[in-house]
Design a binder for this molecule. Structure first.
Ligand code: SAM
Length: 172
């Protein structure tokens, strides 16, 4: 199975802190290996690392990474999620599963160069919505749901419960 990396572009630390945090956490929960964010944001890095520390896995975050460099140096397929792209159901079978993928998501307007440099421009419906929703649906389909309940061997582990909350805290 491919390793999945996320490239978040257009991040504005004050305005987008909540959305980018959710992009990063959703990507982690849905099986990505790590996220690159174009603008330096140490608070964001520390928040995500704190979740990884408690809930496990080896998810990484690096901020202040130029998307041009990340895309150019990436060895694998670059998938840009955009409402203008080809249908996700039609595009998915064409994405190689034996090499890694980098999924690019925007914030505000995405520069035209992203569309040109991506190997695939893929929509999750052709309605405008959210990078969090688009990424979650794309990753769930790409991984065929495999990441959702995979064990991250964290200090904190949630045991599914039909009513209350069951959490095993190994740090206690
Ligand atoms: N209007 C902006 C543009 O033209 O680039 C998009 C802004 S949207 C709030 C932020 C990001 O959400 C986009 O860059 C894209 O990655 C993602 N997105 C929003 N709707 C999408 C859709 N229907 N399919 C795929 N990605 C979508």
């Amino acid at each position: 199975m491919s390793d999945i990396w996320i490239m978040r572009i257009g991040h504005r630390p004050q305005r987008d802190k909540r959305v980018t945090t959710h992009v990063a956490l959703s990507a982690r929960a849905l099986g990505a290996k790590g996220i690159y964010v174009d603008t330096k944001d140490e608070v964001l890095e520390s928040n995500i690392r704190s979740v990884v520390d408690r809930f496990g896995g080896d998810y990484t975050i690096e901020t202040g990474v130029r998307w041009q460099k990340a895309v150019k140096e990436f060895e694998g397929s670059v998938v840009h999620l955009t409402m203008y792209g080809q249908r996700v159901d039609e595009a998915l079978p064409g994405i190689p599963k034996d090499s890694d993928i980098m999924v690019v998501v925007g914030a505000e307007k995405v520069p035209p160069e992203v569309y040109q440099q991506a190997d695939f421009n893929i929509s999750v419906g052709n309605q405008p919505h959210s990078e969090i929703a688009a990424l979650a649906i794309f990753l769930d389909r790409f991984t065929e749901g495999r990441a959702l309940y995979s064990d991250r061997h964290g200090k904190m582990t949630v045991i599914p419960n039909s009513r209350g909350k069951t959490v095993v805290d190994l740090s206690e």
